[in-house]
Ligand binder design. Structure first.
Ligand code: NAI
Length: 242
């Protein structure tokens, strides 16, 4: 159970982040939803957390790729909730293209959100975790970061980088009682994968279906409570990357 814990979830207004927000709220955690643009969607998630699960929930508009804004937002969450115990770096984007045609700006933007954004949040939340003498970081990576994927050099690099960041944070912060793990989802049915329904890779999933956001949320709940697990990369992929 996650009673008396505050969880910050980036990109918590839809898809996998929203499912994690509901799962954590159902376990008793207070929820800070960080969103990029859709205030109504973020507020709707918070409202459900409050009404259905009886926890405290607030939304914060923040582009995680902005170091200063991420710092300000973390400080605001701490002021509003008193502390932060769990950080889920879930915010992520794709800007796909083959290497020969990839625009520099598209490469940079995906790295800025998916990798630097996670660094910014870890950097700013770590001080809060140190004062609380506990902390749990969960980074949402991807099987693409393990296997590569044609047409996604920027995304794969960002997710492989996120796995390196996860293991380094796990090593650095373990002596302070702070754990850091990653989840590597496969194909999960969300807005991000809407255009993938005809992807031939789907036929290669041993469990024979796309995942649901709730499948990832279940793994996140496990990692939030697994007090002897750190530096792990947990695949939630129906077996595709085994
Ligand atoms: P989604 O596109 O439905 O949601 C992404 C969320 O991130 C949105 O709430 C969006 O507002 C937020 N976001 C985007 N840029 C942001 C920024 N600069 N600052 C703050 N928030 C920002 O995507 P989905 O599918 O829910 O993905 C969530 C995470 O899971 C991503 O990191 C994605 O890379 C990862 N993932 C998804 C898979 C899938 O099959 N859907 C597979 C593997 C990993």
């Amino acid at each position: 159970m996650l009673h008396n814990k505050t969880a910050v979830i980036t990109g918590g207004s839809r898809g996998i982040g929203r499912a994690i927000a509901y799962k954590f709220a159902s376990l008793g955690a207070d929820i800070a939803v960080i969103y990029a643009g859709n205030q109504d969607a973020a507020e709707a998630v918070c409202q459900k957390c409050r009404q259905e699960y009886g926890v405290k929930a607030r939304s914060y508009c923040c582009d995680v790729s902005d170091f200063e804004k991420a710092k300000e937002t973390t400080a605001q969450v701490k002021a509003d909730f008193g502390s932060i115990h769990i950080l889920v770096n879930n915010a992520g984007i794709t800007k796909d293209g083959l290497i020969l045609r990839m625009k520099e700006a598209d490469f940079d933007r995906v790295l800025a959100v998916n990798l630097k954004g996670a660094f910014h949040m870890i950097r700013h939340c770590s001080g809060v975790f140190l004062r609380a003498k506990e902390g749990c970081i969960i980074n949402i990576a991807s099987v693409t970061g393990l296997m590569g994927n044609a047409g996604q050099c920027n995304y794969a690099a960002s997710k492989a980088g996120l796995i390196g960041l996860t293991k380094t944070a796990a090593r650095e912060l373990a002596p302070k009682g702070i754990r850091c793990n990653a989840i590597a989802p496969g194909f999960i049915a969300t807005d991000m994968t809407q255009s993938q329904s005809e992807n031939p890779m789907l036929k290669m999933i041993p469990l024979g279906r796309m995942g649901e956001p709730e499948d990832v949320a279940q793994a996140a709940a496990y990692l939030a409570e697994a007090r002897y697990v750190t530096g792990e990369v947990l695949r939630v992929d129906g077996g595709i990357a085994m």
